[in-house]
Design a protein around this ligand. Structure first.
Ligand code: UD1
Ligand code: CA
Length: 454
């Protein structure tokens, strides 16, 4: 008695006005179909089959889940689509059917449908709406569902019904196969309607059990970019609510975007317009200023990220201080109490405990020890035009402003590099080292004067 999932995703999505298939458009950084497959796979199905048609190669190339692909070359209707996905379905399996463009259905809602489904009962996700226009209507007699009628086939009385078919259902495998073999396309749209199986099931003595989602947006599909934007906000609002419930102060839940996972301790604060991408984590008492973009990074206890920072694959231990306007590129690892100031770029750099790179510097392919001070405008020249080389700056070293450290090079412990130096050989420990052109003072020199036009 396995669970088998079928996800319909062959449609074109004309209203998206896009060369990309609709189900690949992204919500919170993830394709719509990816959301559906993530949720469905959490139910532990024996298989997931995705019915594809329009842009099928693109869909296959983008989606990384383990699924069976079923081709539907011509979109002859939802019933026809499911007919393409029946391979491997056994009579006593329970089949969950949903759409690839309905991204936010909760796992618990799918589970509720599976729970009411057996060989005598079908589960159908329905909801009561103010405006049922466009949806299939749920027909009932004495409370019991007798079928679903599509908008274009409905009579006046049926059009007035405001309980609609969300499009998600669960059905016994044997019943599904039997009923699908009996549907035709004799209707207003000339399509094979999946929804015709409900009337056939009732005729065969089965009953239809409706399940309602906790929130209407769980059943909302995306047909336009406007609907995509609306559902994105719904999704982000739920993410912000989760963070606040976990002890994070979110300055404005309407101005936060989480595109991936964000694990967090307590007493963190996130200011407006921050975007978290991929897998991010925060310790406790972390403060993040406005307009930060943080991807695949960890920010340790008590650290402060000031406004307008961009972090990618960075790891900050406790009490670090970043920004404003700092860019931490992949492999930036900051030990406790490190400080990266404004207009500083780091990449593949270990910054030791208590060390500071406060202004306008580039530190790349570098290992910086403890309590080092890197002066304003210091550049680690790591690239010789062909290969990258490493810079080592040992504990307590101090690099004067506007220095260039030409890698491979080591500045040893306690060394002081004078301002404006170009260092291309290792610097000895505990000394002052500098390179500087001889100063010249020229007396009697006159500035050029502007010639008068004749
Ligand atoms: C369908 C339901 C309707 C329900 C509504 C909910 C039918 C006949 N009608 O209507 O009762 O209220 O969804 O949104 O099922 N698809 C394919 N192949 C096809 C046709 C559709 O893969 O041949 C896919 C589409 O890509 C889409 C989904 O099935 O993801 C639904 O198709 P759509 O045309 O939007 O169905 P509706 O007419 O809106
Ligand atoms: Ca639709």
């Amino acid at each position: 008695m396995a669970i088998r999932a079928i996800v319909l995703a062959a449609g074109k999505g004309t209203r998206m006005k896009s060369a990309m298939p609709k189900v690949l458009h992204r919500l919170a950084g993830k394709p719509l179909l990816g959301h559906v497959l993530d949720t469905v796979s959490s139910l532990g199905p024996a298989s997931m089959t995705v019915v594809i048609g329009h842009g099928s190669d693109q869909v296959k190339d983008t989606i990384t889940h383990t699924v069976n692909w079923a081709m539907q070359t011509e979109q002859l209707g939802t019933g026809h689509a499911v007919q393409q996905a029946l391979d491997g379905i056994e009579d006593n399996d329970t089949v969950l059917i949903t759409y690839g463009d309905v991204p936010l259905t909760r796992a618990a809602t799918f589970q509720a449908l599976l729970d009411v489904t057996n060989k005598d009962q079908l589960g159908l996700l329905s909801l009561i709406v103010d405006d049922p226009h466009g949806y299939g209507r749920i027909k009932r007699v004495d409370g019991a569902v007798t079928g679903v009628v599509e908008q274009k086939d409905a009579n006046e009385e049926e059009l007035a019904i405001n309980e609609i078919n969300a499009g998600v259902l669960a059905v016994n495998g044997g019943a599904l196969k039997a009923h699908l073999s009996a549907i035709d396309n004799n209707n207003a749209q000339g399509e094979y309607y999946l929804t015709d199986i409900f009337e056939l099931a009732v005729k065969a003595g089965q009953t239809i059990q409706t399940v309602h989602p906790d929130d209407a947006w769980e059943a909302e599909g995306i047909n336009s970019r406007e609907q995509l934007a609306e559902l994105e906000r719904v999704y982000q609002h739920t993410r912000a609510a989760e963070l606040m419930a976990a002890g994070v102060t979110v300055r404005d839940p309407a101005r936060l975007d989480v595109r991936g996972s964000l694990t967090t301790g307590t007493d963190n604060e996130i200011d407006v317009n921050c975007v978290f991408i991929g897998e991010c984590s925060l310790g406790n008492n972390v403060s993040i200023g406005p307009n930060c973009v943080i991807s695949d990074s960890h920010i340790g206890n008590g650290s402060v990220v000031l406004a307008n920072c961009v972090l990618e694959n960075a790891h900050l231990e406790a009490n670090c201080n970043i920004g404003p306007f700092a860019r931490l590129r992949p492999g930036s690892n900051l030990s406790a109490g490190a400080k990266i100031g404004n207009f500083v770029e780091t990449k593949n750099a270990d910054i030791g405990e208590g060390s500071k790179v406060n202004h306008l510097s580039y530190v790349g392919d570098s290992v910086v020890g403890r309590n080092v001070n890197v002066g304003a405008g210091t550049i680690t020249a790591n690239y010789d035009g062909a290969n990258k080389h490493k810079t080592v700056i040992a504990d307590r070293a101090s690099i004067g402003s506007n220095s260039v450290l030409v890698a491979p090079v080591t500045v040893n412990e306690g060394a002081t590099v004078g301002a404006g130096s170009t260092i291309s050989k290792d610097v000895p420990p505990e000394m002052l080292t500098f390179t500087r052109a001889q100063r010249k003072d020229i007396s009697g020199w006159k500035r050029p004067v502007k010639k008068k036009k004749s």
